[in-house]
Ligand binder design. Sequence first.
Ligand code: F6P
Ligand code: MN
Length: 448
Amino acid sequence: MSSQIPPALSASKKNTFAYVTIKDRLPVTITKAIDYLSRFRNELAQRYSEDIMSDLKNAIELLSQLRYELTTDKNLKEITDSGSDSTLWNTALEELKSQIGPDNCTWFKSPWLFAECYVYRRIREAMLLCTTSLKDYDPYEKSKLESHEQSLKSVFQLITNLCPLNFNEEKQNESLMRERFREIMEALLWANKNDLSLSSGNDVSSKIHNLIELLDSFRPNVLCDHTEELWQFLKQLKSKKEHDNVCIDIVLDNCSIELAADLILCDFLLRNEFVHKIRLHGKAFSWFISDVTRSDFNFLIQQLQSSNSLIINNFLRRLNKYMQEDNRLEINCENSFWTLPYSFDQMERIDPDLYSYFKSTSSLIFFKGDLNYRKLLGDLDWDMSTPLIEAVREFKPTSLCAIRTLKSDLVANLDRENPNFVEMIKNYADSNKWMITGDYGLIQFFNL
Ligand SMILES: O=P(O)(O)OC[C@H]1O[C@](O)(CO)[C@@H](O)[C@@H]1O
Ligand SMILES: [Mn+2]
């Protein structure tokens, strides 16, 4: 392994996406929250009670103050609420101060990963400091609901296309099953284009409308594709004698269509007995606007219940059976590690139980989306040909698969000779725009 660890990305360098994010994108994200809280205050007062009005006023003030601190590059401040993770956050902040010096712990000088995660924790703080039931309110609820509703058609379409009514044919024909797996992986990848944080809460589901029809045209945009290696690995898991112990994990990213694609993968792997059990990991609170929380999970299930299509009803019945009767599928949204600013090489130090749980019980972890990818790579400025296994450094609890569309300018394991890569560079000349548009993607896997 090379001993050269690259520097962390940070907004201190102009002309970087980190800079654009802190300077332009995050203030808009905060403004959206302010806007939603003030626009829907009457509706909220009806839902909760009139008492929330002073809470709303405070929350809006705190968010305006947050925006001011960010735009004027103030120091990152301690978290002051009594949330169960506030001590963890404040310890992380103390550590950062001792690493880079207290004067450098500002919005623009801190590592980008830290500053961007911190903004979502401060938005959470503005709500947690409320004295009424508004405490648990997600200020992006409205934008999420809109996006859920707008992508409902695509969700139904996805399930209908990827879960046929009769599985016998697929069961008896390995090449058919493999084709289905490939298609599910592609859908999983491109569903990650749909993320509300990139658009600061404006819905972008139209971008991936008719996802299934887009798969062919997106194929040249896969810059690294380990689907075949992953397939071989899953076949090995399937043939294990002690199959009842084979458990895998999915660290989820976004709700709605991306979550629907995740559940399609779960159904495929469980019904075809590739693995015995799958554990899903969601977020404890509203995170990067569109990440899956327990209420998003429940909302999707409710939406599926509204369908009268036989395929969707059967899909839902299978999911319910895995979750409620067979104990083969579960979702955990309580672990605070996923909403801390740490990259995954720090997991063993910060949350040794979580690390050893993966190490001793998981055969494979899927990491979904751009932020998880950044956390895998430590948000460091790697040369793009660095092997993934090297870029994850100490984080090697078990085999890993990262699936992500590129929305930030860091990437590992790219082969500059890959024809898709060559073509992409030709299209973009030498601009690095391709790294942040979500138009390119990767499916990377390594087997430990
Ligand atoms: O939902 P994802 O795929 O993790 O992307 C989340 C966001 O994280 C980023 O990497 C950084 O903001 C973005 O580019 C994107 O908005
Ligand atoms: Mn996300």
